[in-house]
Structure formats: structure tokens, C-alpha cells
Design a protein. Structure first.
Length: 512
């Protein structure tokens, strides 16, 4: 309740890194049993604040009180033992252990000094049923899709019986039904007096589930707001440091007119498919065209992209570049044909975390920069600095390890890598996933600029309003099958959802 003492109070928190003041005297407080959204652009200080709270980073100034007592954990494990559990954006499980082993890791039930495997499996199954999940808990967690892994991570945190649960982008890999189930769990926990710190870039979710919002910008506190009294446009204005009327353009969802293009597509796939992955589909994209791929989680969007970039090999069909049949048997072959690919999972498939920003950017153009197999550091640095300026990548220098950047800046590094390679076709798989509203706008503006320069773009996003805003045409997938295409003024969120719900089950709407 508002008059109760806060369960968590952070006063004047300061955190410095070399050349960066990440947190500048930030105040933050949470009530018992509330859902509190922490909002801000990438680099605003959200993750740093959480890491200071949970003992990942020592604070350089300020005080923290948890349940009225001074709080200074030296590790996340110590914070967990004190009653604070964290669910991170990137699924943080041990992939080759079973579901049950991951849920009870470090706290396995024992009998006569040995792990009680039967009890552990039974309790894991019972816990997952509260999330409407019927899983074989003996299977390795890596054998399940990312969305299921995320739900397992959430179940583990819930079972620890924490008084404060931090959820850092917990819905980034969940479909709408799974999101609603998570919200039911959150409300149940809230009714039991558990406090939830909810970090998300999905504004609608923040409004749906939170009681209050704290907004950070550039490492400073902007304000604390009652969710019921805040509009979406006001929130965006606070996050960007602008008057709400200045960001109204971000709310556009109008369809774009069809792009002018020649008769021969830049890339055309016919009957392309992979057994057990995606049914054969036809797809074409022209120079300067933005082709959206829309569909629910698991509809086949990523599978189609992986085939086009040569990560997976097709079992049927063909691909032509400007009418000439080609074989794309590897990402190298795709790159040689002028195709770039920004993957959905930037942490696993995109960045090389232990390399610098410079090294990550030049990965796709090493041969072009090199002489006798060796690219000079000077050329590499000049190229990296060029794209850091162009995309507004926030880093102390090109030599900063890319793993220390915010998620949005890591995404920009991957984009810089492919822009440096001057692709003719760029495949963007969830390029705005897990990044803030400002970075999203920058990515969308970049897509627009690429289109104007004649680059073809395949744009994949779970957020339908982004697909509607940016696409000249939209190919719609369901159940790993292409079911329809929309173009120009036909493209609306309602039309896409209606098509997913009611289009023929056998690909009857697919163009020949």
C-alpha cells in the first residue's frame, strides 16, 4: 500500500565506468506487492541499476535498504539468498541439463544424502503445470524453443519464493498467450505480497501490468509516475527527453505505397523449403523494396530467413538472383552474393562478445580491407569510427569490448557490420527486439534510408505496427507455411491478424 514502508529503497546511487557515468545519484523505491516498471532507452542505466542492486557491480555512492535493513550483496547468489531473484532478458539456463535440473539447480531435493530424482521431476512437472506447460522435464532444456526456455527460467525464479522478483525483458521470446499467462502469474504473486520489478521495451505490456513506472534517461532519474495517470505518448516523451507532441510521428501505423521495381526480382525463391522446418514457399523481393514477414511465434519467419542466408540447407526448391539460379549453401556464399543477415538472437548468433566493437564491425569486410591477408588496424578503426558516428553507437572507443555495450548498441554494431559490407539484400530478423523506443525509431529510419538507396530489405518483426509502417509488401506465415501476401494499402494490422486467423490451411493464397 502507498503508506507502507518500501520493501526496497535505493538512495543517490552512483556508478562509474571508465569514461562513463552510468548512474548519477539515482533514487528508486518499490512498495511491497506492487508491479513497478523500470523504463528508459538503452544506455539509460536500467541494467546498471539492477546489477548494482543484485551485487554484480559494487556501487560508487549511495545507500540501499531492503526490508528496512542496509543491503549490499556481493553477488547475485547472495542477493537471491536475501530474497531477490532475477530473470534476465537472455535465457540464462544450462542448456544440456534437463528442465528439472535447471529448475532446482543448487537446491535439489535430497533423500538419505542423495538427490531425490523422482521428487525433483514430480515437483518440476507440478510447477510447470501452473504455467499450463506439460513438458518432459527429463529432456535437455536446449531441446525446447527459446520461448519455452524463458518460461522455465521464470518458473525457476518463482519457485525460489523471493520477496522481490526482477524480470528483465521476460516476454521478449513469448507469444501473446504466453505473455498473458505470465501476467496471470505476476498478479498471483502480487496478491501474495511479492514485489515485481518489470523491465520491458513493450510499452503496452508496461501499461497493462504495472502499478507505477520509474523513468531513467542518461543515467539520471526523470521521474516516478502512477501508470493509470500516464499516457503512452507522455511516457515516450519522458524517455526521449522531448515534448510528447514531438514524438507523435513514432505512433504512425500507415501502410507505405508499393515500391517501384523492375520486373525481375533481385531475389526470388520458388518452392524453397526444408523438411521438418518449413513447408515449400515462394518469395520475391525487388531492389529498394521492404518485404515484411509477419506471423505468430513459431510461424516459420526465422526458418525462412535461415534458408535464404544459407545457415540451413533446403530440401526442396530453388533461389535465383536477378533471374540467375544460385546455390546458397553457406552464409559465406550468401555474403558473396551481396546478402547480409542480422539474426534474432544477437547474443548467440550476432556479436562475438569477447571481441571489440571495431573487430565486430569489420568481420564481414576483412578481405576487402586486407592486403596479403592482413587488414591494417588504421583502416579497421577508421571504418569502425565511421559507422559508430553514422549509427550513433555509444561506446568509449572502438576498442571497447562489445559485450559491455547495451543491447541496443550491440544491435547497432551488427547493423554496422553489414552496412560496411554494402549488401544488396539485408535480412533483418527482429532488429528491434529488446531495444528502446528511440533505438527502434533509428533502426526504422535506417531501413527507410536503405530502401531509398536501392537496397532490398526483408524485415521480420513480432510487432505488427512496425511491419505495417515499413513494408511495401508483407508475406504472412502460419504454422511454418506461407499463407498470403498483402501489398500497399492492403497492409494494416487488422488485415494481417485476420489473414493469420482465417486464411486457407493449405497455402491456397500463396502466389504461384
Amino acid at each position: 500500500m502507498p503508506d507502507d514502508p518500501p520493501i526496497l529503497e535505493m538512495r543517490q546511487i552512483t556508478k562509474r565506468f571508465p569514461g562513463v557515468l552510468a548512474l548519477d545519484r539515482v533514487d528508486f523505491a518499490m512498495r511491497r506487492g506492487e508491479v513497478h516498471a523500470l523504463m528508459g532507452q538503452n544506455g539509460a542505466g536500467k541494467s546498471t541499476l539492477i546489477k548494482v542492486l543484485t551485487g554484480v557491480f559494487p556501487r560508487d555512492g549511495g545507500e540501499v535498504f531492503f526490508e528496512g535493513a542496509p543491503f549490499a550483496p556481493r553477488s547475485p547468489l547472495e542477493a537471491q539468498h536475501r530474497g531477490i531473484s532475477t530473470i534476465y532478458q537472455e535465457v540464462n539456463l544450462i542448456p544440456y541439463l534437463s528442465v528439472a535440473e535447471n529448475i532446482f539447480l543448487g537446491r535439489q531435493p535430497r533423500r538419505f544424502g542423495r538427490i531425490d530424482w523422482a521428487t525433483m521431476r514430480r515437483r518440476a512437472s507440478e510447477l510447470l503445470r501452473t504455467f499450463d506447460l506439460e513438458l518432459d522435464v527429463e529432456r535437455p532444456v536446449a531441446s525446447y524453443p527459446v520461448a519455452i526456455q524463458q518460461m522455465v527460467a521464470i518458473a525457476r525464479a518463482v519457485d525460489i519464493s523471493a520477496r522481490l522478483i526482477i524480470m528483465d525483458e521476460p516476454t521478449s521470446s513469448l507469444d501473446e498467450n504466453e505473455v498473458q499467462k505470465l501476467f496471470e502469474v505476476i498478479r498471483s504473486l502480487q496478491n501474495r505480497g511479492v514485489s515485481i520489478l518489470f523491465i520491458t521495451h513493450f510499452l503496452a505490456q508496461a501499461f497493462e501490468v504495472s502499478d507505477r513506472m520509474t523513468v531513467l534517461r542518461n543515467g539520471r532519474l526523470v521521474g516516478v509516475f502512477e501508470t493509470a495517470r500516464l499516457t503512452r505518448l507522455e511516457l515516450i516523451g519522458h524517455m526521449l527527453g522531448k515534448d510528447p507532441s514531438a514524438v507523435a510521428e513514432l505512433e504512425r501505423t500507415k501502410a507505405r505505397p508499393a515500391a517501384e521495381s523492375g520486373e525481375t526480382p533481385l531475389l526470388e525463391a520458388r518452392g524453397l523449403g526444408r523438411k521438418g522446418s518449413i513447408e515449400p514457399f515462394d518469395l520475391a523481393v525487388h531492389e529498394g523494396e521492404v518485404l515484411g514477414l509477419a506471423g505468430l511465434l513459431g510461424s516459420g519467419r526465422t526458418e525462412a530467413a535461415r534458408l535464404l542466408f544459407g545457415i540451413d540447407r533446403p530440401t526442396s526448391g530453388s533461389v535465383a538472383i536477378e533471374g540467375r539460379l544460385v546455390r546458397i549453401r553457406s552464409p559465406r556464399a550468401a555474403t558473396n552474393l551481396g546478402i547480409g543477415f542480422c539474426p534474432e538472437d544477437r547474443k548467440t548468433d550476432g556479436i562475438v562478445p569477447d571481441l571489440s566493437v571495431r573487430e565486430n564491425i569489420v568481420l564481414a569486410v576483412q578481405r576487402r580491407l586486407s592486403r596479403f591477408g592482413l587488414a591494417s588496424r588504421k583502416k579497421q578503426r577508421a571504418l569502425a569510427e565511421k559507422f559508430m558516428r553514422l549509427l550513433g553507437i555509444v561506446a568509449a572507443s572502438p576498442e571497447q569490448p562489445v559485450k559491455t555495450l547495451s543491447g541496443g548498441n550491440q544491435q547497432k554494431v551488427i547493423l554496422a557490420r553489414w552496412l560496411a559490407a554494402s549488401p544488396r539484400l539485408l535480412i533483418l530478423d527482429e532488429p528491434t527486439r529488446g531495444i528502446d523506443v528511440g533505438a527502434k525509431a533509428e533502426v526504422e529510419e535506417l531501413v527507410e534510408e536503405l530502401s531509398r538507396k536501392g537496397v532490398a530489405v526483408i524485415f521480420i518483426s513480432s510487432e505488427l505496427e512496425e511491419v505495417v509502417r515499413r513494408s511495401h509488401r508483407v508475406a504472412i506465415l502460419r504454422d511454418r507455411r506461407k499463407i498470403a501476401e498483402l501489398a500497399g494499402e492492403e497492409i494494416t494490422e487488422g488485415a494481417i491478424m485476420e489473414t493469420i486467423a482465417h486464411a486457407g490451411d493449405h497455402g491456397d493464397d500463396q502466389p504461384s
